[in-house]
Write a protein that binds this ligand. Structure first.
Ligand code: ADP
Ligand code: MG
Length: 472
């Protein structure tokens, strides 16, 4: 019967594809082993098996969820690119949990040397890898490339001080701020600078995620003694994104002991997180309190001036000529974070280059339509006035009134500021909505509020809250 025949054929094709895929995967594994080193290979890649080809997606099997996530996050692009060299039309790699197809057994501890070389590839230890800047630290993330403004000046000054000082000015240094505001950049800059100023200091920089991975690995291979030694023999320990170990009790416990041991020996610790120590949820109280012992420095949301400064610096670096108006436009519109701002700039420069189009505001609006839309929350001025008036407990009519009393004038300025930053209305438009004020009054209000954000943390907090309310 034809249908039988078809299914048989299909079955054979699938089997063939399966064995072909497994063969290819075996050959790619050899390449991966050479690139990643024996330990990393034995730990992560060797147990992974070929799972199939579905459309333009390559499937691989991993034995646990942790392995799946780890492989996906750390080796996904590398693996996909190797596959693409053979099948250029592939679009994605999908690692799935399939304990049967990817058993843990093939991992024999005999394949593993002591943790040494995976150590090097997972963290930066200058005393062992002096010239290899490619591991872990981004060469672009230096102090030279870090633009300083009101929102980050304290964090920047503190970072500079710990990296250059010959004593321990504060321990730990705890840097925190929202995503994409420059924490990792600052951490790398510290590591680079210490390397210049104090080349003999042993510095280790790693994310909290990697700290946890190494810890789990050490437990798994019963190698906790050398794990402890590695960490406890450093001069400077830098842990990025410490919030990652929230809720991970045994990693926290280990971190806490490492932390104490280092502080006792007068070694510098530098931590970054997305929240202040006391706001870190899922962290033990004793750890929170230790984290707050030294200097806690936060990075505030960006201001217009800082955004403009960053754009100018990045445009110079790219040697791109971008009209001032376009820069101002971007600095006004992309307020979310620096990563997005940078991405926007790269995109218009690349587009202009590829398509040969002049960079104008029109073109920018075109190219960045999606990004601008997500930054443009489409909240109306009326809504802003209402929310702000409620928040500050003043009458809505005061948004239009000429009363100059501070208790009224400041909220009005705040509302103007949000009207400018959260909507696409022009300054004259906004002025009209505020009782027919002049556009220069609006401009002044925006400037004033941006200044205050840098100076007054409690106002900055109020505004963050308001911003969140308005964006919902
Ligand atoms: P975070 O770690 O806080 O999420 P990153 O440090 O990864 O943020 O910063 C995101 C991007 O923005 C990086 O490319 C970084 O170089 C850039 N960046 C952040 N702050 C600054 C700054 N003050 N000057 C120049 N570039 C910055
Ligand atoms: Mg970061």
């Amino acid at each position: 019967m034809p249908s039988d025949f078809a299914s048989k054929m299909e079955g054979t094709a699938i089997e063939n594809a399966q064995s072909w895929g497994s063969d290819v995967w075996d050959s790619l594994k050899v390449k991966l082993k050479a690139q990643l080193g024996d330990n990393t290979y034995a730990c992560w890649i060797q147990p992974v098996t070929f799972g199939g080809l579905e459309g333009t997606v390559i499937k691989l099997n991993a034995s646990t969820r942790f392995m799946r996530d780890w492989i996906h996050n750390n080796y996904g692009p590398l693996i996909l690119n190797l596959w693409k060299e053979l099948i250029p039309t592939l679009t994605d790699l999908d690692v799935v949990v399939n304990a049967e197809a990817a058993p843990l057994e093939p991992l024999s501890s005999g394949d593993l040397k002591p943790a040494e070389d995976s150590w090097e590839s997972d963290s930066v230890d200058f005393s062992q890898a002096k010239d290899d800047v490619s591991i872990g630290l981004d060469p672009r993330y230096t102090f030279e490339n870090y633009i300083v403004g009101k929102p980050n000046e304290l964090a920047h000054a503190a970072a500079l001080r710990v990296s250059e000082s010959s004593s321990l000015p504060f321990n730990p240094l705890f840097l925190y701020g929202g995503v994409g505001l420059g924490k990792t950049h600052l951490m790398h800059a510290i590591a680079w600078r210490i390397r210049e100023c104090h080349p003999t200091r042993k510095v280790i920089y790693l994310s909290a995620e990697k700290f946890m991975y190494q810890f789990i690995r050490a437990l798994r291979f019963k190698d906790t003694v050398s794990f402890k030694e590695q960490f406890r023999s450093v001069d400077v320990l830098m842990i990025d994104d410490v919030q990652f170990i929230s809720g991970k009790d045994s990693t926290q416990e280990e971190f806490f002991h490492t932390f104490n041991a280092l502080v006792d020996q007068n070694r510098q610790i530098i931590i970054s997180a997305d929240k202040s120590p006391s706001d870190l949820e899922g962290m033990e109280d004793r750890l929170k309190s230790r984290l707050g012992w030294g200097l806690v420095a936060d990075i505030h949301p960006t201001t217009y001036e800082l955004r403009l400064g960053i754009l100018q610096a990045k445009a110079d670096k790219l040697q791109a000529h971008i009209p001032g108006k376009v820069m101002e436009f971007l600095a006004h519109k992309i307020t979310s974070n620096i990563r997005e701002l940078e991405g926007a700039l790269n995109r218009i420069v690349a587009f202009a280059d590829l398509v040969g189009r002049e960079i104008t505001i029109d073109m920018t609006q075109d190219v960045l339509r999606d990004l601008l839309r997500s930054n443009d929350r489409r909240v109306t001025i009326d809504e802003i006035q209402k929310q702000v008036a409620e928040y500050y407990n003043i009458r809505l009519s005061d948004m239009h009134s000429t009363r100059r009393l501070r208790a009224v004038a400041r909220p009005r300025q705040v509302a103007m500021y949000f009207s400018k930053t959260l909507t696409s209305r022009s300054l004259p438009d906004i002025g009209r909505k505020f009782g027919g004020r002049d556009h220069t009054t609006v401009m002044h209000a925006v400037k004033k509020v941006e200044e205050l954000i840098g100076e007054d943390p409690s106002l900055a907090e109020d505004l963050e809250l308001l911003r969140k309310m308005l964006q919902n």
